[in-house]
Design a protein around this ligand. Structure first.
Ligand SMILES: Nc1nc2c(c(=O)[nH]1)N[C@H]1C(S)=C(S)[C@@H](COP(=O)(O)OP(=O)(O)OC[C@H]3O[C@@H](n4cnc5c(=O)[nH]c(N)nc54)[C@H](O)[C@@H]3O)O[C@H]1N2
Ligand SMILES: Nc1nc2c(c(=O)[nH]1)N[C@H]1C(S)=C(S)[C@@H](COP(=O)(O)OP(=O)(O)OC[C@H]3O[C@@H](n4cnc5c(=O)[nH]c(N)nc54)[C@H](O)[C@@H]3O)O[C@H]1N2
Ligand code: SF4
Ligand SMILES: [Mo]
Length: 911
């Protein structure tokens, strides 16, 4: 029954725009908010979402969006019409091509485009510009896996499904912090092991991570030495007769040579252990476990791919699976976990500069002919284009004079990122399509094009297990935002290719893509496995209703490789000899530490979206460098203080953290923070631009670096209530706050903005400056405490009984609890105790401080958890029963385990 007061809202099913797990999301749009839940029928997640997915509603804000096309003029960006912006793009590119040829322009796109956008971009460049200078941020992500697959299988095929992970008796995770980066996939694994305790989990990662915390065995491998480890495994398997001879004889080639190289380079267990800096007993345990378990999945991600020997790492892993015939069977195979939501879709349409489309080869004349005749195009690229790092070098050298960047933020995410800035600054024409107005990259644009974001755009994505899902629109586009495929097609039309780019909606593009995968792909001697013939001719209605479906979608879909046939000319899988190499840049006295970079649980890449959500801000609220306590001592840095991390390429300033997770001589800095969120924390500036020789993927996990104290006279922080529009009501005052600091970082709170600050000057009195900084007038309700000898200062501005802003300063980073202060911002009226608390710098009542967030789903803080452990909770399950923490997405369970064992160790030490 519906009455006037209860309105029902339609539920829209769509797909999460974050990681490659590809969870189904059910969205309800209400008048004042977007409610997000897991899609209970989606075969990936069956209703579960991790905290990033669950917080999507908090990111659907008008705040910061790029709403209109804009052109840079001498005094900043000016709004222009779409027509005028597109004319400028079309004529600008045309002029440069006319003068300098098709090789002088480039596109740099992204695994966060929908398949339809990606298809149109690739078609335009490879078929109509006739060059292959289109590369994607997937080059930085899984191009080593693509290259490894092509070398071994002849086609870029991921032969494993999520179900295989659950069916395996041994899952080896190599260079993958799955618990944080693919949380729902990891939860499926954890649940499978709960059902079948005989299943074993091995994690190979130099760091201790949330993932290794859950493992049966952790191999803290010396960075960069994975090829030794897997060559050693191959030798070991061979020596112990763990070889599927029927399979290797019948379905593979190249075994003898690969085996000889493995034997020669790895040597015995002892030398592998020494090379990889592992305990021999631990290594032997892993080798034996692998040898005796038939159902093994070896899953890998950035610790493997982002390396100067990334492709060899991939093939060293695949070699072990081929040797044992553990591929193409349920519960077995090598598994590249993809990062971005549509990394796989990009591969299907040929988004990389060395691929064509539909898994066709750029260097095969017959394939080029096929694609050109299908596209009816005037040209077709006949040699590979520039790969991401080379592409930006070519911009720097002036060879590339115009670039169109779409759905990626290269000033943050490329290696040697200061060079990227310099390159873009001198480029003649930089076009940026983005959903946000201010990013480190949009600052360098000449033309800005507003793209529809998640919830507005419409199309398909493919997840890590080849499952195609719909992303559906459920909101009107913000401002004048348009789909990326539309902007590309409009430029094509201006070049006279309207007939070949006639698209009115995404389903038409998908149909063309599906037809191309089937074109010339009849079941003859060498069919391509990527075949979507079953999805041709859906029409808009069936496309809109499309249910998640794994490819191939053809007349006779086969389980991948079940028939032992591969896509090489002789239909055999290839063993690839892999000679181990040390990382590209060596450590030396100036830069004695390995800089490893990667992700934290609650942020996504350059934070353009997760940086908007208060719920995602407190698990890790600041950029940091994590290091071993001994290295910290040697570098002269102390926990919670600031440090400068530098390499031969650049530097950043971040908070020191001693988590106990780092091995000696390695430091870890997260990739997320950039100029929008911190004064100086873009770690990409440090990363060396060494790439894998086969794939061109950068070595993001290994840059020689050093760490030094960043000395400041004071530490502090300020909280400022946001205005009605969601923006800070006192932008100007905040500017004076950060301008005064030698270092700052910005954190999104629930109704307020927080700045962590540090400064060098300690001369002036705070009392004389703070009012102006917080925007307090002379007659304001103002609380203030100053101890000028100790250089401690506290102030709060109260308006209408509510806290409006506060500032805390101290010579040491031992400042009041942010969790407690943020709770004051939720109050409509401060009580007397709160006012006293503000003056003394701590809550009067115990228990008012929950501590830093551990469980973001239910907002449970560390201090609350510690109190429950002291009160008797001894397992994550007991904590969950009491506080709910860890009971939704489960990605904090490793941390809950960590807290329990830490307190237990403390108690034992006292006893
Ligand atoms: N929360 C969150 N999730 C994400 C993303 C995000 O930004 N935030 N991004 C998505 C994307 S695009 C990607 S690509 C994935 C990445 O997902 P992951 O690959 O799981 O994440 P990373 O943190 O980049 O790196 C993985 C691990 O490699 C380890 N490693 C470093 N060097 C070596 C080595 O030499 N050998 C081995 N074996 N390991 C090494 C690092 O210590 C690190 O723990 O995550 C996706 N999911
Ligand atoms: N040091 C270091 N660097 C790394 C890595 C590392 O491990 N270490 N990892 C690398 C990896 S694996 C990856 S995948 C990259 C990721 O790096 P980036 O791709 O640079 O990071 P994002 O923040 O995801 O950038 C996406 C941009 O697209 C915008 N956007 C979102 N949706 C749309 C849309 O629909 N259309 C358009 N036009 N724009 C949109 C967002 O606002 C944002 O500006 O970083 C790489 N860089
Ligand atoms: S695991 Fe989380 S981030 Fe990844 S797709 Fe699922 S809900 Fe989104
Ligand atoms: Mo990625």
């Amino acid at each position: 029954m519906m009455d006037g007061s209860t309105q029902t809202h339609p539920v829209i099913l769509t797909t999460c725009p974050y990681c490659g797990t590809g969870c189904g999301v059910a969205v309800t749009v209400k008048a004042d908010k977007v409610e997000v839940a897991g899609d209970t029928l989606h075969p990936t997640n069956y209703g579960r979402l991790c905290v990033k997915g669950a917080a999507l509603g908090e990111t659907m804000l008008p705040k910061g969006r790029l709403l209109y096309p804009a052109r840079r003029e001498a005094d900043g960006f000016k709004r222009v019409s779409w027509d005028s912006a597109l004319d400028q793009v079309a004529s600008g590119f045309q002029r440069i091509i006319d003068q300098h040829g098709p090789g002088s322009v480039a596109w740099y796109v992204s695994g966060q485009l929908l398949t339809e956008d990606y298809y149109v971009a690739n078609k335009l460049v490879k078929g109509f510009i006739g060059s292959a200078n289109i590369d994607t941020n997937s080059r930085l992500c899984m191009s080593s896996a693509v290259a490894g697959h092509k070398r071994a299988f002849g086609e870029d095929i991921v032969p494993v499904s999520y179900e295989d992970l659950e069916l395996a008796d041994l899952v080896v995770l190599v260079g993958s912090n799955t618990a944080w980066c693919h949380p729902i996939l990891f939860q499926r694994l954890v649940k499978a092991r709960e059902r079948r305790p005989e299943m074993k989990l091995v994690v190979i990662d130099p760091r201790r991570t949330a993932t290794s915390e859950m493992a049966d065995l952790h191999l803290p491998i010396r960075p960069g030495t994975d090829v030794w480890l897997f060559n050693g495994l191959m030798s070991f398997l061979h020596q112990h007769g763990v070889v599927d001879t029927a399979f290797t004889d019948g379905h593979t080639s190249g075994l003898a040579r690969a085996m000889a190289i493995a034997d020669n380079t790895a040597g015995d267990l002892r030398s592998v252990a020494a090379q990889c800096k592992l305990q021999e007993s631990v290594l032997a345990e892993f080798y034996r476990l692998f040898a005796r378990t038939a159902k093994v999945v070896t899953a890998f991600s950035m610790g493997v791919n982002q390396s100067s020997s990334g492709t060899d790492k991939v093939n060293a892993i695949i070699n072990c699976h081929l040797l044992t015939g553990r591929i193409g069977k349920p519960g077995a195979g090598p598994f590249s976990i993809t990062g971005q939501p549509n990394a796989m879709g990009g591969r299907e349409v040929g988004g990389l500069s060395n691929m064509l489309a539909a898994h066709l080869d750029l260097d095969a004349p017959a394939h080029r002919e096929l694609v050109q005749s299908f596209w009816q195009s005037p040209a077709i690229a006949d040699k590979p284009g520039l790969k991401a790092v080379d592409l930006f070098d070519a911009i720097d050298s002036g060879q590339i004079k115009a670039v169109w960047i779409m759905a990626t933020n290269p000033v943050v995410s490329l290696p040697d990122a200061d060079k990227v800035k310099r390159a873009l600054a001198k480029c003649e024409l930089v076009v940026v399509s983005d959903v946000m107005a201010n990013t480190d990259t949009t600052a360098y644009a000449h033309v800005l094009l507003p793209a529809q974001g998640w919830g507005e755009k419409d199309g398909t994505v493919t997840n890590s297990e080849r499952c195609i899902s719909r992303q559906r629109a459920f909101l009107p586009a913000a401002g004048e935002a348009r789909p990326d495929w539309w902007a590309l097609s409009e430029v094509a039309r201006r070049w006279g290719y309207g007939a070949q780019f006639p698209y009115q909606s995404a389903d038409e593009i998908f149909d063309e893509h599906a037809r191309l995968t089937a074109f010339g792909n009849a079941d003859d001697a060498s069919p391509r496995y990527l075949n979507l013939s079953g999805l041709i001719g859906l029409g808009k209605t069936a496309y809109d209703a499309l249910q998640p479906i794994r490819w191939p979608v053809a007349a006779a879909p086969a389980a991948v490789f079940a028939d032992g046939r591969y896509y090489t000319p002789d239909r055999r899988a290839r063993f690839v000899p892999t000679t181990p190499q040390m990382p590209g840049q060596r450590l030396d006295d100036d830069y004695p530490l390995v800089l490893n970079t990667g992700r934290v649980r609650d942020h996504w890449h350059t934070m353009t979206r997760t940086g908007l959500a208060p719920r995602l801000a407190t698990h890790v609220s600041e950029p940091f460098v994590d290091l071993h306590p001994q290295d910290a001592l040697l570098c002269g840095v102390r926990e919670h203080e600031l440090a400068r991390v530098s390499s031969a390429h650049g530097s950043c300033v971040v908070r020191v953290r001693l988590s106990g997770e780092m091995p000696r001589k390695s430091v870890f800095v997260p990739i997320h923070w950039n100029a929008q969120f911190a004064s100086d924390a873009r770690v990409g500036a440090l990363v060396n631009p060494v790439v894998d020789p086969v794939s061109g993927e950068p070595e993001f996990k290994h840059t020689p670096a050093r760490v030094e104290p960043f000395l400041v006279a004071w530490h502090g922080f300020a909280l400022n209530r946001d205005g009605e529009s969601g923006d800070s009501s006192r932008e100007g005052d905040l500017k004076s706050l950060t301008a005064d600091a030698a270092w700052w970082t910005r954190i999104t709170g629930d109704g307020y903005t927080r700045h962590e600050l540090a400064g060098r000057r300690s001369d002036a009195s705070w009392a004389s400056r703070a009012r102006a900084m917080l925007g307090a007038s002379e007659d304001a309700d103002w609380l203030e405490y100053e101890d000028s000898t100790a250089n401690i200062y506290r102030a709060a501005l109260i308006v209408g009984g509510r806290i409006e802003a506060c500032l805390f300063i101290s010579p040491r980073p031992d400042l009041p609890s942010r969790a407690w202060l943020s709770s004051l911002f939720a109050k409509d009226q401060l009580e007397v105790a709160d006012r006293i608390g503000l003056l003394v710098g701590e809550p009067l009542a115990r228990g008012d401080d929950a501590g830093a967030t551990v469980c973001s789903c239910y907002g449970v803080g560390r201090k609350t958890i510690e109190a429950a452990v002291r009160g008797g909770c001894a397992t994550p399950a007991e904590l969950g029963a009491k506080l709910k923490c860890g009971t939704n997405c489960g990605s904090c369970v490793p941390e809950l385990k960590g807290i329990i064992s830490e307190l237990r160790a403390q108690a034992l030490a006292k006893a």
